[in-house]
Design a protein around this ligand. Structure first.
Ligand code: HEC
Ligand code: HEC
Ligand code: HEC
Length: 465
């Protein structure tokens, strides 16, 4: 089967980010009613005119802003040394800027990608060096301030759909290099599309509340007790890589506590589960070798599993381009995330014998060909299902969705022609799909729980992208 992953601009990754951010706003409003509605009210009072107007990047406003920034900085002043520009390109890949700032079939970095949410639509802005519509008149300082503080040069607060809570950790040097690179891409004369968020999500002043709770401005602080490699990995994972945006669950206050960092979470609305990257019970990388992690991130396939769903996009747009040293540093860092409770152990969950038998039969008929009679897989193209924690996780969303929808790992430099898995949604009834998923979650000593036909049915309509 041929890879079908779309070229840059695919929507999944960024929708995630956006939803995370927006749900953060709703949730914080509900859970913290007094505080946030206070902030909301305050927001509304101030918001009347100026602040609200700035929220939209209409051409008119872009004009005014261009004039403003030109006066302040007289344009650009980006570093033009080729080695710096090249480094900036690499770092922009590490930050996956393209995933959000390039629309499908759109021009590179011209923005305009629609990010749909239950609260309306956001559109990514143009970050090409066009003087009128892009960031052509921004200075290196203004760009750095945006990365560090999450504000545009005129002071507008940026929605955390842009990973500002992570990018704030980026060093001045790296920010300058990214800016240098962005100033060399082809300028595109394309005005920004106004966000169409509904009230109250269109009130940027709500962001003051979110920032108080969850935005910690400041550069990454290396841990002197750890190796240079570990620190490099931590810097990339926590900063540019913005891995926590998906791999950390949003708590009731719409943010994530330190103790839940990397503990995994369901990506709302998209319905994919980003597993724990710690070494804890529910998934986790505790018994993965560094090589397995490197293979998974960089090639998209490994002896332990393949990437799919939103993670396939991360590998496709970003991680496959990163040096083996950097990916290895990330793996070294991930391996040291705290081990809270160890892997699941003991006997598998008891299952209804009829369901298990039905699942076993379907597995033998339709799945064993690729995944092996005992779930051992055919390394590395067909992932093992036995001992695969992304099947054993408490959340059954991922195995259900992959059985319904099939999947392709991304085509990468290390795995240019990935092998795919066909969708079974049309072939299997809810009962049958539930049986085969129950089977793979509980056979071969796996420690997942059974799933119901209702669980399957609920995911039939989940958005594919
Ligand atoms: C997950 C999606 C996402 C990623 C990844 C992302 N951005 Fe953004 N970015 C956005 C969105 C959405 C906005 C608009 C936010 C708003 O209107 O408040 C934005 C705003 C910006 C702005 C402000 C533009 C303006 O005209 O005000 C700049 C500059 C920017 N991003 C640069 C970058 C760079 C550089 C990277 C990579 C290092 C990057 N972005 C990665 C989503 C993203
Ligand atoms: C033609 C070969 C093929 C068949 C048949 C097949 N799969 Fe797959 N399966 C794959 C490939 C390739 C992947 C990796 C997909 C990706 O990364 O998007 C995969 C991935 C998976 C995963 C995710 C594994 C992980 O790493 O987390 C599960 C679960 C799964 N398959 C279950 C099944 C079940 C159940 C069936 C039968 C109903 C089945 N597969 C049939 C090839 C196949
Ligand atoms: C857009 C959301 C998103 C972002 C950003 C993201 N991930 Fe993921 N990740 C997922 C999802 C969803 C899965 C589950 C699917 C799979 O296993 O491929 C996953 C799976 C993984 C796995 C496999 C875990 C397992 O137990 O099978 C690893 C390792 C991983 N991600 C590491 C990272 C790292 C490192 C980063 C940052 C560079 C990152 N991810 C950024 C969504 C994301």
């Amino acid at each position: 089967m041929k890879p079908t992953l779309r070229s840059p601009g695919s929507l999944r990754a960024l929708r995630t980010a956006l939803l995370t951010a927006l749900l953060a706003l709703t949730k914080s409003r509900r859970a913290q009613a007094p505080l946030v509605s206070g902030l909301l009210a305050a927001g509304l009072i101030v918001a009347g005119s100026a602040a609200l107007m700035r929220a939209s990047h209409t051409p008119l406003i872009a004009d005014a802003r261009a004039a403003e920034t030109t006066a302040a900085s007289a344009g650009g002043n980006a570093d033009t040394r080729p080695d710096i520009v090249k480094r900036g390109e690499y770092l922009a890949r590490a930050g996956d800027c393209v995933a959000c700032h390039t629309a499908p079939r759109g021009k590179l970095f011209a923005g305009g990608l629609a990010m749909e949410t239950p609260f309306g639509t956001l559109y990514s802005p143009n970050i090409t060096p066009d003087a009128q519509y892009g960031i052509g008149t921004w200075s290196q300082d203004a760009f750095f301030k945006m990365m560090r503080t999450g504000r545009t040069p005129d002071g507008t607060l940026i929605y955390p759909a842009m990973p500002i809570a992570q990018y704030t950790k980026v060093t001045r040097e790296d920010s300058d290099a990214i800016f240098a690179y962005l100033q060399t891409v082809t300028p595109v004369r394309q005005p920004n599309h106004k966000h169409t968020l509904r009230f109250p999500f269109n009130q940027r002043n709500l962001l003051y509340g979110w920032r108080t709770l969850y935005f910690r401005e400041g550069e990454f602080q290396p841990d002197p007790t750890k190796s240079v490699e570990w620190n490099r990995g931590a810097y990339l994972v926590e900063g540019l890589g913005h891995c926590t945006m998906c791999h950390t669950k949003i708590n009731m206050l719409g943010g994530s506590s330190q103790s839940e960092q990397f503990a995994g979470g369901l990506i709302p609305v998209q319905n994919w589960y980003a597993p724990s990257l710690t070494s804890d019970k529910d998934g986790g990388l505790g018994d993965w070798s560094t090589k397995d992690i490197v293979d998974l991130l960089q090639a998209g396939i490994s002896d332990r599993g393949a990437v799919y769903g939103p993670m396939a996009e991360v590998t496709y747009h970003s991680l496959q381009y990163m040096s083996t040293d950097d990916i290895k540093a990330m793996a070294v860092y991930l391996k040291t995330l705290p081990d809270k409770s160890g892997r699941k152990s003991g006997p598998s969950a008891p299952t209804n014998t009829n369901v298990f038998a039905l699942g076993e039969k379907i597995y033998a008929d339709k799945c064993a060909l690729c995944h092996g009679a005992k779930g051992e897989g055919k390394l590395q193209h067909y992932p093992p299902l036995a001992g695969n924690q992304s099947i054993e996780m408490d959340s059954s969303v991922n195995p259900i969705r992959i059985v319904l929808n099939g999947g392709f790992p991304p085509g990468t430099m290390r795995n240019p022609e990935p092998y795919g898995m066909p969708p079974f949604g049309h072939e299997l009834s809810d009962t049958e799909a539930a049986a085969v998923v129950t089977y793979i979650r509980t056979a071969w000593g796996n420690h997942g729980q059974p799933v119901t036909s209702r669980d399957v049915n609920a995911l039939r309509d989940a958005p594919l992208h």
